[in-house]
Design a protein around this ligand. Structure first.
Ligand code: FES
Length: 101
């Protein structure tokens, strides 16, 4: 079961043992994670997060996610849309922080 760490600058981080295969957006809805959402469908970019650790625990981005990241000039190797992420099963640690730009 992977561990997901949500970091917020100037605040305490939250660590959650994530059920295998859970969508990150569902985890945020169930826990007091500090990731903002708006469209929830890869359109607005509100949920952009920096992936600080554990990118290998995420499925690769689909074309819709890549299109939004491209609009913001984001590198998909280090920044993703939290509304599109699913956590792969298995051990490991995923650490994310809401984008600050
Ligand atoms: S909430 Fe709009 S792109 Fe994720």
């Amino acid at each position: 079961m992977p561990l997901v760490v949500f970091e917020t600058p100037g605040s305490t981080s939250i660590e959650i043992a994530a059920p295998d295969g859970i969508r990150l957006i569902d985890l945020c809805d169930e826990q007091p994670a500090t990731v903002p959402f708006s469209c929830r469908s890869a359109s607005c970019g509100t949920c952009r997060v920096d992936v600080l650790e554990g990118a290998d625990l995420l499925e690769p981005p689909a074309d819709e996610e890549l299109d939004v990241l491209d609009i913001f000039g984001d590198d998909p190797a280090r920044r993703r849309l939290a509304c599109q992420l699913r956590v792969r099963p298995g051990p490991g640690r995923l650490r994310v922080r809401p984008a600050d730009d």
